[in-house]
Design a binder for this molecule. Structure first.
Ligand code: HAM
Length: 419
C-alpha cells in the first residue's frame, strides 16, 4: 500500500505538545474573557443537514466549492460544518432559549480550500453569537470582546477593519451598481474576476490581481448606498468604538466571504505577518439568518476567531509562548517500580503534576528521563529510602540542590517549593 495513506490528509495537521497546550490555553483565555461578559458555551454537532449551510449563500465559495458534504448510510445529505454561526442559529431555532441568547463556542471547522500557511482544510475557531438584540452598542461589545481577547494574549499588532453592508435592500442596490460598473469595462477585468462577477459581484472587490486594481478603486462605494437607518446604525457603532478607545479603520471594500451579513461587518487583521492569510478573526451582524433557517424574525451578531492563525500571529509577535512545564515532579524508583506506582498516585491525587519512568531502568536512565520531562523536582527512592521511610528530593534546576526528607512531609515540602 502507498505509504502516503499513512500521513494526515492534505490541509490537516497533528498538533503535538507544546502546541496542543497552547491551543487549549488559548481556548481557556477566550472562555474567561467571554464568561466575564455573561456568555455561556454551546456545543453543536460537527455535521448538519446540508441545507443548514446552504443558507450561508449559494454564491459563496464556502458553499459552492468548499463544502465537505456526503450521504450517510441512511441516505441523508449531510455536511461537515464550514463555520459555526449557521449551526448556532439552527440550535437557537430548535431550542428557543430566552433572548438575548449570548453563546460562545470552540471547535474544528472544515473547508475544502487550497491549503497553505495559515489556511487549512480543518481549522479551529473560537467565537460568540448573540441572538435577539438590535442595539448597535451590542456590535461594539462584540468587537470589544475580541479586542480584549487579543490583548490578553499579548497581541499588539492587530488592526480592526470595519464596514457597513447596509440593509438587504441597500446591499442589493449596491450590487446592481457594482454589476453595472464592472460590466461596462468587462474586458479589462481578469478572467477570474469575470467569472466571480457572474456569481457574486461583491467578491470582485476582494480580488488582489493587479489587472483588476484600477477598476476596483474606481468602483462605487458601499457607504454611498446606506439608507438613513443604516447610516445611523453605522455612526453609533463607530461612536461606541471611539468611546472605548478601540482603534479601527473603515474599509468600504470589506465584504466578507459569507452572504448573511447586513449592516456591521468587521475583520481583525494581524500586521505581524504578511501572508495572504492575515485575517485572524471576523464577524458582523446577520439579522435575516434566523428567519432564513425557519425561525422567528430575530437579529443576530457575532464573530469567529481562527485559533491556528491567531497562534501564528502570537509566534510572529513572540507572545503567548510556551505553556508552563507539563510536569512538576518526576519519581525515580530504583527498587522495582512499586514505590513509584504508589507515590505517583498519591502525588497526583494531591494535585501535583507527576510522572515516572517504566521498565525498571537504571538510575542514570531514569534521571535522564526526569530531565527530559521538564520536571522541576525529582523524588528518588532506593532500598535505603524505603527502609528508612524517606525519599531524596532533588531540585532539577540546580545540580546541587538535594535533600533527604521523610515520606510524610513530601507534599508539604513540594508545596513550599512549588507554589
Ligand atoms: P470567517 O471569516 O469565514 O467567518 O472565519 C473566521 C476566521 O476563521 C477567519 O478570520 C480566520 O482566522 C479563520 N479561518 C477561516 N478559514 C480558515 C482556514 N481555511 N484555515 C484557517 N483559518 C481559517 C466565519 O466563520 C463566521 N462564522 C464568523 C461570524 C460569526 N460571523 C458572525 N458570527
Amino acid at each position: 500500500m502507498n505509504d502516503l495513506n499513512f500521513r494526515a490528509p492534505k490541509g490537516t495537521r497533528d498538533i503535538l505538545w507544546p502546541d496542543s497546550a497552547r491551543h487549549q490555553f488559548l481556548t481557556e483565555v477566550f472562555a474567561e474573557v467571554v464568561s466575564e461578559a455573561g456568555y455561556t458555551q454551546v456545543i453543536t454537532p460537527m455535521f448538519e443537514h446540508v441545507e443548514v449551510f446552504q443558507r450561508l449563500g449559494g454564491a459563496t465559495d464556502v458553499v459552492r466549492k468548499e463544502m465537505y458534504d456526503f450521504q450517510d448510510k441512511g441516505g441523508r445529505h449531510l455536511a461537515l460544518r464550514p463555520e459555526q454561526t449557521a449551526s448556532v442559529v439552527r440550535a437557537f431555532n430548535e431550542h428557543r432559549p430566552a433572548i438575548p441568547w449570548k453563546a460562545w463556542y470552540t471547535g474544528p471547522n472544515f473547508r475544502y480550500e487550497r491549503s497553505q500557511k495559515g489556511r487549512f482544510r480543518q481549522f479551529s475557531q473560537v467565537g460568540i453569537e448573540v441572538l435577539g438584540v438590535e442595539d448597535p452598542y451590542l456590535d461594539v461589545e462584540v468587537m470589544a470582546l475580541a479586542w480584549r481577547f487579543y490583548e490578553r494574549l499579548g497581541l499588539r499588532q492587530v488592526k480592526l477593519e470595519l464596514n457597513s453592508l447596509g440593509s438587504k435592500e441597500d446591499r442589493n442596490k449596491f450590487i446592481d451598481a457594482l454589476q453595472q460598473h464592472f460590466t461596462q469595462s468587462l474586458s479589462e477585468l481578469s478572467e477570474e474576476s469575470q467569472k466571480t462577477l457572474e456569481v457574486n459581484p461583491l467578491r470582485v472587490l476582494d480580488s488582489n490581481r493587479e489587472q483588476d486594481a484600477h477598476l476596483i478603486s474606481a468602483a462605487p462605494s458601499m457607504l454611498d448606498f446606506l439608507s438613513e437607518d443604516s447610516e445611523e446604525h453605522f455612526t453609533q457603532v463607530q461612536e461606541g468604538l471611539n468611546s472605548l478607545n478601540i482603534p479601527f479603520s473603515v474599509n468600504p471594500k470589506l465584504v466578507r466571504g459569507l452572504d448573511y451579513y447586513i449592516r456591521t461587518a468587521f475583520e481583525f487583521i494581524s500586521e505581524s505577518f504578511d501572508a495572504a492569510q492575515n485575517a485572524i478573526g471576523g464577524g458582523g451582524r446577520y439579522d435575516g439568518l434566523v428567519e432564513d433557517l425557519g425561525g422567528p424574525s430575530t437579529p443576530g451578531v457575532g464573530f469567529a476567531i481562527g485559533t491556528d492563525r491567531t497562534l501564528l500571529a502570537c509566534d510572529a509577535e513572540k507572545t503567548f509562548q510556551m505553556p508552563e512545564a507539563a510536569i512538576e515532579v518526576f519519581v525515580v524508583d530504583v527498587t522495582g517500580g512499586m514505590e513509584a506506582l504508589k507515590l505517583t498516585t498519591e502525588l497526583r491525587n494531591a494535585g501535583f503534576k507527576t510522572d515516572r519512568a517504566w521498565d525498571n531502568r537504571s538510575m542514570k536512565a531514569q534521571m535522564k528521563l526526569a530531565d527530559r520531562s521538564g520536571a522541576l523536582f525529582a523524588i528518588i527512592v532506593g532500598e535505603e529510602e524505603v527502609a528508612s521511610d524517606t525519599v531524596i528530593l532533588r531540585d532539577l534546576r540546580e545540580s546541587t540542590g538535594q535533600s533527604k526528607i521523610t515520606r510524610e512531609t513530601i507534599q508539604e515540602d513540594l508545596r513550599k517549593r512549588l507554589r
